[in-house]
Write a protein that binds this ligand. Structure first.
Ligand SMILES: [Zn+2]
Ligand SMILES: [Zn+2]
Length: 258
């Protein structure tokens, strides 16, 4: 994967985080590549309202999904924190709606899990202080206890629920249920829930790809209908011309013979 270095902080950790699947998994440069190919592909109409682009109705790209929009459908600006940008950037209305949750994830939930939270791992007989931490790929939680190798690795996809109990208790339900205690329980539980929910939604690249395919199929269908209508009209005109020529030939003005 090629990452645009200008977009990310210079610390090693930042660069590691930028490769996380949870942070889009697609670099700014790659997204930019998508806008450009989109321009070649389907830039004749607004992706949302369908208005045709003209000299006056200019085309704009949503910096999140990369699709092409008219000014009205892409008039909002948002920070795209999850994709490494902190400036206000042009987004379509649908993406504007989604950036709230994403920015919360990027600014609050992911940093907590990426840094790791110190919690007490409860077993039947004892409690042990461990670090609950998201792995570099962003697809599993590691439970580290001093040693470099994690005691447990729980893939996000395998966590079916995050339950809270008592004042400080929480549990990760999965094939094996792990129980913890922490004074920071609520923040940790919210972070794990948000991260799981984001991990389970299809990636942006995949969603955009699917949208484009649907759009292309729609376009092809519309083109086929238009061609059929044009062919029918041409045939009708040809028939009318033929009838007129017959009428003229046999001087049957005023009568129909068909
Ligand atoms: Zn529009
Ligand atoms: Zn968008």
């Amino acid at each position: 994967m090629i990452l645009c270095p200008c977009l990310f902080g210079s610390s090693k950790e930042d660069r590691l985080l930028s490769t996380s699947l949870l942070r889009g998994g697609v670099s700014h440069a790659e997204r930019r590549g998508q806008w450009l190919s989109e321009q070649d592909e389907l830039a004749s109409n607004c992706h949302a309202c369908g208005v045709e682009f003209t000299l006056l109705e200019g085309r704009h790209h949503c910096r999140r999904c990369g699709n092409t929009f008219c000014q009205r459908c892409s008039s909002r600006r948002a920070q795209l924190l999850l994709y490494g940008g902190s400036d206000l950037e042009r987004v379509c209305d649908e993406c504007f709606r989604l950036t709230g949750v994403e920015n919360e994830l990027a600014s609050r939930h992911l940093p907590l899990l990426e840094r790791g939270a110190t919690v007490a791992l409860r077993t039947l007989m004892s409690k042990e202080m461990v670090l609950l931490k998201l792995n570099a790929a962003g697809d599993a939680l590691q439970i580290l206890a001093g040693a470099p190798h994690p005691r447990h690795v729980v893939p996000l996809a395998k966590i079916s629920a995050v339950e809270v109990n008592g004042a400080t208790g929480f549990a990760l339900r999965g094939p094996e249920t792990l129980r913890f205690d922490s004074d920071n329980r609520d923040a940790i539980a919210s972070a794990v829930r948000a991260t799981i929910s984001h991990a389970q939604t299809p990636s942006l690249a995949l969603t955009v790809d699917r949208q484009r395919k649907n759009k292309k199929v729609e376009q092809q269908r519309a083109d086929a209908i238009r061609e059929h209508q044009e062919a029918t009209r041409a045939r009708r005109n040809a028939n009318a011309d033929f009838r007129n020529s017959l009428k003229q030939k046999y001087a049957l003005r005023g009568h129909t013979t068909t």
